[in-house]
Design a protein around this ligand. Structure first.
Ligand SMILES: [Zn+2]
Ligand SMILES: [Zn+2]
Length: 272
């Protein structure tokens, strides 16, 4: 199993030179396993993932799924630039499992951001067949791949995912506000995972002034990793005002507190 980070920035893309070591694309992570690919979020990073996948004409796209943690801009804004969605030979499974029915339906969310007021090409003329999987709380995909989810707190709601394939497990938790304690739903879904991907938009000090903004600190990400006994932690969704120097410093501090932790960078790959 291979995990590749295509977008690791939170909130909005950044392009200035002092941000290039970590990268400026918004949220997108791909999990490659035998016979399929799981994609988490469609921030601007999904554009480069799309270019990677578009070249692989032989890939079985029945086994690709795109799962949304939620639908804030930094998690959907890359979708109109995702090349495989323009390929009429493709079928894409699009899911937001665990998000309740009283949420907007998935298709209309993607349709709305591609209305002509916002984008020149409407969703229905992109080309690929889009299959929406919305109401399950667990998906079983071919090749023994299992995906489970749990909701966590974020303004408007958000979902954590766990993918199990090839005997390995990866958990993706972003845009989560733990509040005073640690959200136990996330600890449960991350239990004994080989890799936990957890956001940390803020330092513990910054978090004190950002109550209600929907995010975590690196200290909370490490706490979840410890409580859940995960083997490896990758911290992502970096604040757009945190430059490379700042993030390298945070990474050093994190490594003093947890044995196997890194901050995600755009294009970073992890083999499991
Ligand atoms: Zn976000
Ligand atoms: Zn958000």
């Amino acid at each position: 199993m291979k995990v590749k980070f295509y977008g690791t920035r939170g909130s909005i893309p950044v392009t200035e030179p002092e941000y290039q070591a970590f990268g400026g694309n918004t949220a997108c992570v791909a999990v490659y396993y035998d016979g399929g690919i799981g994609i988490f979020d469609a921030g601007t990073g999904i554009r480069n993932l799309g270019k990677d996948l578009f070249e692989r004409k032989t890939e079985n796209y029945e086994n690709i799924f795109l799962a949304f943690s939620h639908f804030h801009w930094d998690h959907i804004q890359g979708f109109p630039f995702f090349l495989p969605a323009y390929d009429s030979d493709r079928l894409l499974n699009i899911t937001a499992i665990g998000i309740t029915r009283n949420y907007f339906d998935l298709k209309s969310i993607l349709e709305n951001q591609m209305r002509e007021e916002f984008f020149p090409i409407p969703l229905e003329t992109m080309g690929a067949k889009l299959r929406y999987l919305q109401d399950e709380s667990e998906l079983k995909i071919d090749q023994g791949v299992k995906i489970i989810s749990t909701n966590h707190y974020h303004p408007g709601g958000a979902t954590s995912y766990r993918v199990e394939a090839e005997g390995k497990s990866v958990v993706y938790t972003t845009d989560i506000e733990h509040g005073e304690g640690i959200d136990n739903r996330v600890v449960e879904i991350a239990q004994d995972a080989d890799l936990l991907i957890h956001e940390a938009q803020y330092t513990p000090e910054e978090l004190k002034h950002k109550k209600g903004w929907g995010h975590s600190s690196w200290e909370q990400a490490i706490k979840v990793a410890e409580l859940a006994n995960v083997k490896q932690l990758i911290i992502t969704h970096h604040d757009p005002d945190h430059n490379d120097e700042f993030l390298f410093n945070i990474e050093r501090i994190c490594q003093e507190h947890f044995p196997n932790v890194k901050l995600a960078k755009d294009n970073m790959e992890i083999e499991l």
